[in-house]
Design a protein around this ligand. Structure first.
Ligand SMILES: Cc1cc2nc3c(=O)[nH]c(=O)nc-3n(C[C@H](O)[C@H](O)[C@H](O)COP(=O)(O)OP(=O)(O)OC[C@H]3O[C@@H](n4cnc5c(N)ncnc54)[C@H](O)[C@@H]3O)c2cc1C
Length: 406
């Protein structure tokens, strides 16, 4: 009988896993299971171009058509949810029966965390899926008073989109140092200034105590004593991995499906990829879970190769993500876990700069804001953790070149 790979989660990581299993020469069955009814689609536009774009788009643009997937020999089970994984019986338990596998890939991603106590009113939104985005878009009318809870990347992108649609936008963030984990405290704060410059009201170090519904709106009571009357609330306080279905399966879960450096979970032959995966990162020396596009694509491809029987290779990425707010692209390469961050070019006060992160005498990360052509120029230095002195010399050369062109 033909061997079967079952991929659970039909989004970016799952699709890449299915495709790369085929590209690796796997000739058995590949089944892609997804809880959403839609073909795999891209999430980043949901908080950006989709919210601000034409409102007559009826379905998400898929990464691949049904026909392309059929040609690739990928069988789709959309609108089907995995309820469990039976490691001994080698099957995934779906809501319509069991699906046996020889090898499996867990790519169930993450869900947007709701604000405790603030659910059950359709004017309080989360944003993770196309369906969430359609609901939110219908409410973002000019003049609407919008409260965004959370100044992370997704909250910030929503604030930016809402502002550009003519809404009156307030962002409330419980932490004093927004984006600290991703960008470091200083750079996170500098990015939040982009909101203030654009006309978004920002309250840092402020929690939402409660949200009271009324016929004509909502009142958000904040920990700083302020009461805000708004038309809608969008909660962007982070995401948690979709792992409940793995309870009792033998796959170890610790804020994500735990895997080794080659993305194999604690159940042999079962791999994990994307936002749901917590893998042993040899460079960091501990396990890491990332929530970004590039990671989901790259891990998906590796998990697919492993499921197809290719030998283990450690997943050792140069982490990269981007975000777009107020017509400004923010890009981060590597890590912000550093001893020092130094602005190399430009000035945060002008909303345009490049900064580097130093750990010991090595460069470990580079951030660029509104300098999209610069980021990848530094990739080689970040990838090799080059000496800090090399980074400074390279940056000097780049600045001189830029000034000569201008
Ligand atoms: C609004 C938004 C904007 C973003 N913008 C950026 C950006 O600008 N830059 C960037 O780098 N990253 C961005 N990201 C993050 C990026 O989109 C994610 O990292 C990426 O989608 C992760 O892919 P994934 O396949 O691991 O998981 P997901 O995309 O979360 O997909 C998981 C899939 O699994 C399905 N699933 C879950 N549980 C089950 C189950 N039990 N059975 C079957 N199916 C299940 C889900 O329905 C979902 O379709 C953004 C994310 C969002 C939500």
């Amino acid at each position: 009988m033909a061997e079967r790979i079952v991929v659970v989660g039909a989004s970016l990581a799952g699709l890449r896993a299915a495709e790369s299993a085929r590209k690796s020469g796997f000739t058995g069955e590949v089944v892609l299971v997804g809880a959403e009814e839609h073909l795999p689609y891209d999430r980043p536009p949901l908080s950006k171009a989709f919210l601000t774009g034409p409102s007559d788009v009826r379905s998400p643009e898929p990464f691949r058509t049904r026909r392309q997937l059929a040609e690739l020999g990928v069988e789709l089970r959309l609108g089907r949810r995995a309820l469990g994984l039976d490691a001994a019986g080698r099957s995934v338990v779906l809501d319509d029966g069991e699906l046996p596998f020889d090898r499996a890939v867990i790519a169930t991603g993450a869900y947007a965390r709701p604000l405790p106590g603030a659910t059950g009113d359709d004017r309080i939104h989360l944003l993770r899926t196309w369906d969430d985005a359609v609901r939110l878009r219908s409410r973002l009318r000019p003049g609407a008073r919008v409260l965004v809870v959370g100044a992370g990347f997704i909250g910030s992108e929503i604030a930016s989109s809402a502002l550009s649609l003519g809404c009156e936008v307030t962002v409330v963030e419980a932490g004093q140092w927004p984006l600290e984990r991703a960008l470091g405290a200083e750079m996170g704060l500098a990015c939040v200034e982009l909101h203030r410059r654009a006309g978004v009201a920002v309250h840092l170090g402020t929690a939402v105590h409660n949200i009271e519904p009324h016929d004509d709106g909502l009142t958000a009571r904040l920990s700083n004593g302020v009461s805000l009357a708004v038309d809608l609330v969008v909660v962007g306080i982070g995401a948690s991995p979709n792992t409940a279905w793995l309870d009792g399966s033998g796959v170890a879960v610790e804020d994500g499906a735990v895997c080794d450096a080659g993305l194999e979970t604690t159940v042999p032959g079962v791999f994990a990829a994307g936002d749901v995966a917590r893998w042993h990162d040899p460079a960091a020396g501990h396990t890491v879970r990332l929530e970004n596009w590039t990671n989901a694509a790259e891990q998906g491809a590796l998990a697919g190769r492993r499921a197809a029987g290719m030998p283990s290779t450690p997943y050792a990425p140069v982490a990269y993500f981007w975000s777009d707010w107020h017509s400004t692209r923010i890009q981060m390469l590597g890590t912000s876990a550093a001893d020092e961050v130094v602005v190399l070019d430009g000035n945060p006060a002008d909303g345009e700069w490049v900064a580097a992160y130093r750990r010991g005498d090595r460069v470990v990360g580079v951030l660029s804001v509104a300098r999209p052509s610069e980021t990848m120029k530094y990739r080689r230095l970040v990838a090799s953790r080059a000496p800090w002195s090399d980074l400074l010399a390279f940056a000097k050369e780049r600045v001189a070149r830029r000034l000569a062109v201008n």
